[in-house]
Design a binder for this molecule. Sequence first.
Ligand SMILES: [Zn+2]
Length: 742
Amino acid sequence: MKYFVLFIFIIALSSKYLGQLCPIIPHPTTYVTTGGSMVLENLISVNKANLPTFGEDFIKLFFANEIGLNVAFINEGGQVKFKQLSNAYPDSYSIDVKENIVISYSSPASCFYALQSLKQLIQTESNSIEIPFCFISDEPKFVWRGMHLDVSRHFFSVSEVKQYLDWMARYKFNSFHWHLTDDQGWRIEIKAYPKLTEIGSIREKTLVGHASSKPEIYQGPAEKGFYTQEEIKEVVEYANKLFITVVPEIEMPGHARAALAAYPEFSCTGVQMPVAQTWGVFDEIFCSKDETIQFLQSILSEVVPLFPGKYIHIGGDEAPKTNWKKCQNCQAQMKKNGLKSEEELQSYFIQKMDKYLTSKGKTLIGWDEILEGGLSDNAAVMSWRGTEGGIEAAKQHHYVVMSPGSHCYFDHYQSDRKTEPLAIGGYTSLEKVYSFNPIPEGLPSSLDPFILGGQANLWTEYIADWKQVEYMIFPRMIALSEALWTAGERDYTHFLERLEKYELPYLKSKNVNYSKAIYYLKSEVVSESNGIEIDFEAIDSSSIITVDYDKSADVTQRKNGKFRIFKTKRPNMLRFVAKSKTAQGIDTLKLDILQHRTLGQPWIIETPLSSSYPGKGGLTLSDGTLGARPWNGKEWLGFNVKEVKMSIELNEKQKLDGIYLSFLSAESSWIHLPEKVLIEYSNNGESWKTKEFRVTKELNHYVLNKKAKFIRLTVVNKDSIEDGKPGSGHLPWLFMDEIWMD
Ligand SMILES: [Zn+2]
């Protein structure tokens, strides 16, 4: 309260800093500017009392390298003073800038966070270094603030990994999930098994383009590289100085092709196959026999001492049971241990690792598939297939890190532009990331303490170089930092203002290849009587917008970049070309709108929408926009159910030649074509006729040649994903975009 009084008192002394946006990202719990600023010289005096445990040298280097100030340590007075807080909220700190800068901290980590904030507070202009008079108090909302990096699909050097850690430190992340092994490369030296890196770290060729594109073309050069144990120690030590814990991931029993290329005797078949050259999920997984369990435990015995943190990640995801079902050793293992299914066998396998890691003083963490067949006693869960796995684990009183694909997969597209560099698919905009809350809806609040926090995952199948890493994580990791750190209400518009004012210029000054998607022109489609309205929008409403389109079409222009587009009996494709001019340059958006007879009239969807891919509900199927492939946009409606039912009523009885239905096939994302479609039609809504069609391709025209006023559709999904494909055994996702008639 006393600071509030002070704030009122000084408000009269208004200056350029008063009321200024907070330059600290993630935003602190409390930020009060009190008017005016302290001007700093190149030499800053720091009082020696109460220094954090990391000591004088660290502080000296930090001020010199990160802020550009030299430090003189003194015993009396000083421009910077440190104070230790007792009984404070874990990792909380405060900064009070009045006649001097007082940093109060509750732990060495919190003092480090205070220094990160100080760095962002200090404004260097052409001829002065200033810090606003202000008061900050701050503490993290979640204890797990994670970033993941896949170095298997593409290898990144020690110095690149250190760069990643530096960025994490700036935004107060504290957990680095290092995905060291996968089908396409084994990246950590294991002395007992040298072939893991001699053979397993080299992928001779790599698939060109997207995994769904045909024909498959493979080309070199070989993708290779691994970290020696000395290099691992170097990275862990570097992270430790930034108060970041490194969580290594050694994948098992699936995603094992690189290891099995080196040691095929630990697979079910014993057949040697090369390190995988394409992306996806493979049947060749570790056999569950005792010899393999010992092999993996002996690998872990070398991994454990390298990583001082509590958690070791063992993967556990996407392990098809095809080979286990056929393998004599696996079937004998089931019989010996009284296991009824291959899922229980996986649970047995993971429990062996859990017991081993627990005996070494570590805690096992794995992807949410480790829940299947029963979760091991001490395991923690990382929930990636939505939030359901995390909720289930929390209900069983296990710790959980939330990392749902919908908000936390930074390998997804961040704009719906068809000009984006190739990505795996999906659409995770900056705004979506910002809206992330690790505490899932539907979790009883008594279980909140089991949710440790959240994490973004950067899978690198389609990220071959460091500039692309930058592009995919920035600015999304900045938005995530606020979702994980900042307590209380958050506002996306306010975040965008601060991002634009402080962090984007910072990234630019460091030559970071961040995405400019927030400056792109966007289009929004809403339903209107007799058609739709599209609204072209830019981040800055004053940027000039021109829109070109076929003036002879059935379109009315409204002011401010808004257009009415009307239904037409015969399908007709219209192209709009919108342009905006901002400080970033000229941006052009090409938008194709398909006019048709139900344009803008939402389908009535009886099946509940999924929370992950609700699109715009029934309007998604009639808004005139077709989904992009690879899928990247909001124009898709996704379901994870056996049947989807929907209906529409035309104005009057109309002659219908046929009906077009468009589905998505993206099998690496578990999205499959449905099995069949039932089309029912009626003149009066009482007597119905039915036609049934198999679905064999994405875009379909089903001939009706009938008159009808009422249409009902039932889309029947497959029962489960076939063996050998990603997500095998699970109910596939079914994605639809537009339905139209001719
Ligand atoms: Zn086996």
